[in-house]
Ligand binder design. Structure first.
Ligand code: GDP
Length: 258
């Protein structure tokens, strides 16, 4: 985790523990552990705001449109597939828009997930206009009365100027109900830079942190949860469809200390 967060935890512990009288019967280890847990929980809760997405979708006009951003390799495609699975399990119909027309592999990968999940997919031509793919998917959802549209977007390096304009256009056309930024918990400082970039160009409502299972304990999540100024809604804890779980500060604090 970052030095800033480490310092904060140390300060918390000093404040709570130094000078504290301890009786002989008290177990020192669990005393320190409890203080530490409290401190971790506070940090993880800083921007936390439980989003009941299922209820939000249930209560909204249809189709509910969610757009996903993130640089290549963070796990965006997998996350969209996990989302489709979760939504289907909750009784919603879903359509996926493969609006990353820049990377043929991304479209193929999404098509594979879509057929496994038995979810319709709207694709564009390679190099085609991503905004029109999003538009077509939304029109198709409207005519078929589909509940949720999940839009994938291109994630080539974030210094690419065309990509910036392209993303802005997709957002303008799609008018999403929710914008989700997907970040890789293994990316460390880069993840924070990506968050700043996407906030500047298109903004986002929620973060999903992937590959938390691959990070030995997930310490970077503390720094991200604290610094992003946006709620972490879900975390990816594996490669299969079931492994997208709601972010829970209590659970995470436990996990870090187990
Ligand atoms: P994209 O380029 O952002 O669309 O990334 P992909 O969805 O193709 O994912 C890149 C790799 O990360 C794939 O091998 C995924 O299986 C893997 N991946 C995605 N999410 C997770 C996760 O939560 N945990 C683990 N261990 N692997 C993940």
């Amino acid at each position: 985790m970052s030095l800033e967060v480490t310092d904060m935890i140390l300060e918390d512990l000093k404040r709570e523990l130094i000078g504290r009288r301890v009786s002989r019967r008290e177990d020192l280890e669990s005393l320190v552990k409890n203080s530490l847990k409290r401190s971790l929980r506070e940090i993880l809760k800083k921007n936390y705001n439980e989003t009941d997405l299922i209820r939000l979708i249930r209560d909204s006009n249809k189709p509910f449109i969610i757009i996903f951003f993130g640089v290549n390799g963070v796990g965006k495609t997998t996350t969209i597939a996990k989302f489709a699975w979760m939504l289907k399990r909750n009784g919603f119909s879903v359509i996926i828009a493969a609006a990353d027309t820049f990377r043929a592999a991304a479209q193929e990968q999404l098509a594979l997930h879509a057929s496994k999940l038995d979810v319709p997919l709207v694709k564009g031509k390679y190099g085609g206009d991503p905004a029109s793919v999003a538009y077509d998917a939304i029109q198709s959802a409207k005519s078929r009365r589909v509940d949720v549209v999940l839009i994938d977007t291109a994630g080539r390096m974030h210094t690419d100027k065309n990509l910036t304009e392209e993303l802005k256009r997709v957002v303008k056309v799609a008018k999403p109900n929710m914008k989700i930024l997907v970040l890789d918990s293994l990316a460390g400082q880069d993840a924070l830079e990506q968050a700043t970039y996407f906030e500047k160009i298109v903004g986002y409502d929620m973060v999903i942190l992937t590959k938390v299972d691959a990070d030995s304990k997930g310490g970077i999540v503390l720094s991200l949860a604290y610094k992003l100024n946006k709620p972490v809604g879900y975390v990816g804890i594996g490669q299969d469809y079931e492994s997208l779980v709601k972010f829970d500060p209590e659970w995470f604090a436990e996990r870090l200390l187990s």
